[in-house]
Design a protein around this ligand. Structure first.
Ligand code: NAP
Length: 352
């Protein structure tokens, strides 16, 4: 296992956006990584970060980062590892350019997630899929992705069920937070006092990405898991934290006590390796019928723990439950930083 001798210099693409700001927050005092470059669009390039960014986090903008210049998004940054929170309208091409120039790109954007040779990783769920990078043809560069923000919480709750009983079908209704739409996001006159039963492209992602993440890595890439998923995605007036109501059909009988125990016992490589961003408990089961709730539980495990509750029999499938996951931490920047920590410990960040 690789020991960490000195901090690794990193850059953030899309540093001024919602996810970019979370990267800044999580990396400003990181024990293994040091921010040396911030990049965004030509609208922001050339300005100080504090001038280019409308900082909307509840923690203060880190003073060391505030005065750093924002650079244009061209692949000549003074660091090999870059985290991408780029708008998906431009992320596809830009991330490839960075990889071809030798950068290791850990991306939040949808563009490369389903590419055959690109790992789609939740470190607790499928760390072995990182081996896909050996198939990539970007020279010394790489692209690794994390899943859609609502998929991460869903798959973390499904993983212990899939491993122990097998998964046949999943139906999920999602109530997604406003911050999931980026900044400035949904107009207040659209979302205050309202629910919008449509988020463009979201249901397709929820119905496909889990099949890759839960799939088996074989000689020809990832064999998709056979689970059938039906998703309905709604935008609701919550700032951070996606709530999901899930029904599952399992392949073998399970009791509620066994399922609660399986949620509570769930651990993965980040916990075994003691990675800095890993929560002690990736999943917690909350027994109060009124839980989980975004305002109360999105900060558990510093935003990295997924909360589950309300497990009960489902008259249509076998079981139903509710879950909550912080969309910009566990669902975006936090998961990406955890992926990079895993890559570092497993030797994937050494030159190729
Ligand atoms: P956002 O707030 O709109 O931020 C987008 C970022 O991309 C900004 O830094 C913006 O820079 C930059 N950008 C836009 N056009 C560019 C260009 N032509 N060249 C270089 N940079 C450009 O969006 P976000 O919510 O942070 O999401 C970022 C990505 O993460 C998206 O792909 C999104 O789907 C994904 N994601 C978001 C969430 C979430 O909960 N928000 C969760 C998971 C994944 P300027 O400020 O200079 O315009």
């Amino acid at each position: 296992m690789k020991e960490i001798q000195s901090r690794i210099q990193v850059g953030i693409l899309g540093a001024t956006g919602m996810v970019g700001q979370r990267f800044v927050e999580l990396l400003a005092d990181h024990p293994w990584f040091e921010i040396v470059a911030l990049a965004a669009s030509d609208r922001s390039a050339g300005q100080r970060y504090s001038d280019a960014t409308r900082w909307v986090q509840s923690t203060p903008l880190p003073s060391r980062v505030a005065g750093m210049p924002v650079r244009p998004c061209v692949p000549d940054l003074p660091c090999r590892l870059v985290f991408s929170g780029l708008d998906s309208a431009v992320a596809g091409g830009l991330e490839e350019e960075f990889a071809r120039a030798g950068h290791v790109v850990v991306s939040n954007s949808r563009n490369h997630r389903m590419d055959r040779d690109v790992p789609l990783i939740i470190p607790e769920v499928n760390p072995d899929h990182l081996d896909l990078v050996t198939r990539q043809r970007f020279g010394s560069g790489l692209i690794v992705t994390n899943p859609n923000c609502s998929v991460i919480g869903l798959v973390m709750a499904l993983k212990p069920l899939a491993d122990r009983w097998g998964l046949e079908r999943v139906h999920v209704v999602m109530m997604q937070a406003i911050s999931g739409a980026g900044y400035p996001g949904v107009a207040s006159l659209d979302i205050v006092d309202n629910v919008i039963p449509f988020i463009g492209g979201e249901e397709e992602k929820v119905e496909t990405e889990p099949r890759k993440i839960l799939g088996r890595l074989g000689p020809d890439g990832v064999d998709l898991h056979s689970v059938k998923i039906s998703a309905q995605c709604n935008r609701v007036a919550v700032v951070d934290g996606h709530t999901e109501c899930v029904s599952v059909k399992l392949r073998a009988p399970a009791s509620s006590g066994e399922i609660v125990d399986a949620f509570g016992a769930f651990r993965g490589a980040p916990q075994e390796l003691g990675l800095p961003t890993a929560p002690e408990f990736p999943l917690v089961y909350l027994p109060d019928d009124r839980h989980p709730q975004p305002r109360l539980h999105r900060g558990l495990g510093r935003g990295m723990t997924v909360s589950v509750g309300r497990l009960r029999r489902c008259p249509l499938e076998d079981w139903k439950f509710a879950l909550l996951s912080h969309n910009t931490v566990r669902g975006a920047a936090g998961c990406a930083v955890l992926i990079a920590e895993l890559m570092l410990r497993r030797g994937f960040l050494e030159g190729r």
